[in-house]
Design a protein. Structure first.
Length: 363
C-alpha cells in the first residue's frame, strides 16, 4: 500500500469518526428531548432510561453512518483540493479515480461491517429498546402507542399463528389478516380476512370479507367457506397481545427475517412487505459505499470553493437520497415493484449518478 493510500485513508477515517460522534450526540439529544415527557409521565426509573439509550446507541450509529460517510468523503477530498494537493497529484499523473480508490475501498469494508453490525447488535438493541417502550412507555398512555403497526406476526400457545399486514392501534383494527391453527405442525384451520376489528364490549373480533378453510391430517383441504359479510368470532388474542407480543422486522436480523418469510410462505401468507424489509437490510448497509461514490466528485466540480459547494450539495444529496429510498420502499410495499428492486432503488439511482459524476470530472 502506497503512502498516498494511507494518507487518504487516515484523513477519511479521522473525519468520519469525528463526524459520526457529532451525529450520534445530536440524535441522542433530540431523542431525549422528544421522550422526556414520556419518561416523566410514566415515572420511568433512571436506570431504565440509561438502559434504553444504551440499546439505542447502535441504531443511532447505524442511521448516522451514511451522513457521516458523505461528509467525510467531501471534506477529505475537499481539504486536499483546498491545499492544492489535488492539482499536484493530477500533475503527477494521478487521476481522480486513483485518488478515490482507497476511500472507496474503506467505504466498501465499512458497508460490510455495517450489515454485520445491523444484523447483530442493532437488531438486538431494537428488541430490547422496543420491550422497554412497551413495558414502561406505552402501558399508561394510549396516545403514546404507535398509531399504525406493520408486518406483525405473533404466536399464541404454539398452535395458533397470526400474520397481520397492518394494524391501526387506536381503532383496534387489523388489515390483511391470516389466522392459522396447527396440529402436529400441520395447518388444520386457516382464516383469511380483509380486516378484523376488536369489539371491546364482547371481547370478540368482527371480521369482514373472510375465507375459512379446514384441512385434514395430511394437509389436504376438506372444506371452504367464503363470505363477504361481517361475522363475529372469538380468538384467544386481544389488542394488548398484538402490542406486547408482536415483533417488528427491525427487531429481527436477516436470518430471523428469512426464517419468518419462509414459514409465512409455507402457510400461503403474502410476504411482500417482509421481503422488502429483508432486502432493505442489505441495501441500507451499502448506502455507505454509494454515498461516498456520489460525494467524492462533488468537491471537484468547482475548482474554487469546492469544499463549500460540496458540503452544501451534500446536505441536499442526503435529503434526495432519503426521498428515493422511501419512494422505493413505498412502491415495494404496495406491490408496484418487486421487493429487491424496491429496496435497492435509491442505491441504483445514486450509484448511476455517482459514476456519471466521476466520468464528468475525471480530468
Amino acid at each position: 500500500m502506497k503512502k498516498l493510500d494511507i494518507y487518504l485513508m487516515r484523513q477519511f477515517l479521522t473525519i468520519l469518526c469525528l463526524t459520526l460522534i457529532g451525529f450520534v450526540l445530536l440524535i441522542l439529544v433530540v431523542d431525549v428531548i422528544e421522550n422526556m415527557d414520556k419518561f416523566i409521565d410514566n415515572k420511568v426509573p433512571i436506570s431504565i432510561v440509561v438502559n434504553y439509550y444504551l440499546n439505542s446507541l447502535p441504531w443511532y450509529v447505524n442511521i448516522g453512518l451514511p451522513m457521516s460517510m458523505l461528509i467525510s468523503s467531501v471534506f477529505s477530498v475537499g481539504t486536499i483540493a483546498q491545499r492544492n494537493e489535488l492539482i499536484a497529484m493530477k500533475s503527477s499523473g494521478i487521476s481522480l479515480y486513483r485518488i478515490a480508490l482507497p476511500i472507496l475501498i474503506v467505504a466498501f469494508f465499512i458497508s460490510i461491517l455495517s450489515f454485520q453490525f445491523d444484523n447483530g447488535i442493532v437488531s438486538r438493541g431494537h428488541e430490547k429498546r422496543f420491550n422497554i417502550e412497551k413495558e414502561y412507555m406505552t402501558s399508561r398512555s394510549k396516545k403514546r402507542k404507535k398509531s399504525v403497526m406493520h408486518n406483525i406476526f405473533l404466536q399464541k400457545k404454539e398452535r395458533v399463528h397470526i400474520a397481520i399486514e397492518k394494524y391501526q392501534v387506536n381503532l383496534y383494527k387489523a388489515e390483511g389478516v391470516s389466522f392459522f391453527v396447527l396440529e402436529d405442525a400441520i395447518v388444520r384451520t386457516r382464516i383469511d380476512a380483509k380486516s378484523m376489528t376488536w369489539n371491546d364490549s364482547s371481547h370478540t373480533w368482527n371480521i369482514a370479507s373472510y375465507s375459512l378453510r379446514e384441512f385434514d391430517g395430511s394437509g389436504q383441504e376438506k372444506s371452504v367457506v367464503i363470505s363477504k359479510q361481517d361475522t363475529t368470532i372469538f380468538l384467544d388474542v386481544t389488542p394488548q397481545d398484538i402490542l406486547q407480543k408482536s415483533k417488528s422486522t427491525e427487531e429481527m436480523n436477516f436470518d430471523e427475517l428469512s426464517t419468518r418469510i419462509e414459514k409465512l410462505n409455507e402457510n400461503g401468507v403474502n410476504t411482500r412487505r417482509w421481503e422488502v424489509d429483508r432486502n432493505f437490510k442489505v441495501s441500507f448497509a451499502f448506502t455507505n459505499l454509494i454515498i461516498v461514490l456520489f460525494g467524492i466528485p462533488l468537491v471537484t466540480m468547482r475548482p474554487k470553493g469546492g469544499l463549500t459547494f460540496g458540503a452544501g450539495m451534500g446536505i441536499l444529496v442526503i435529503f434526495v437520497y432519503y426521498a428515493f429510498i422511501k419512494f422505493g420502499l413505498s412502491l415495494g410495499y404496495k406491490g408496484m415493484m418487486n421487493p429487491l428492486t424496491a429496496a435497492w432503488l435509491g442505491n441504483i439511482v445514486f450509484c448511476a449518478g455517482g459514476i456519471g459524476l466521476l466520468l464528468l470530472v475525471r480530468k
